[in-house]
Unconditional design. Structure first.
Length: 74
């Protein structure tokens, strides 16, 4: 089983939606690492992921390939 964890208070988490997204992102990172893995939200790692996601979104938007709800594995 994989687990993603985010805790509040955290300097990068201001709203409950951000808390849920942070935990969800941590879960996807745990799943990418394999079975029986837990990942705790760490702002430094996730800042790099957010920048990568922003670049991906800009690239796919320019190519006309934006798919709502699409999740891209790193």
């Amino acid at each position: 089983m994989s687990c993603g964890v985010a805790a509040w208070p955290h300097p990068q988490i201001k709203h409950r939606e951000q808390l849920v997204k942070a935990a969800d992102d941590a879960l996807y990172m745990a799943k990418e690492q394999g079975r029986n893995c837990a990942v705790r939200f760490d702002g430094a790692e996730f800042n790099a992921q957010d920048e990568s996601d922003d670049e991906h979104a800009a690239t796919t938007a320019g190519a006309g390939r934006v798919v709502p709800g699409e999740h891209r594995a790193s």
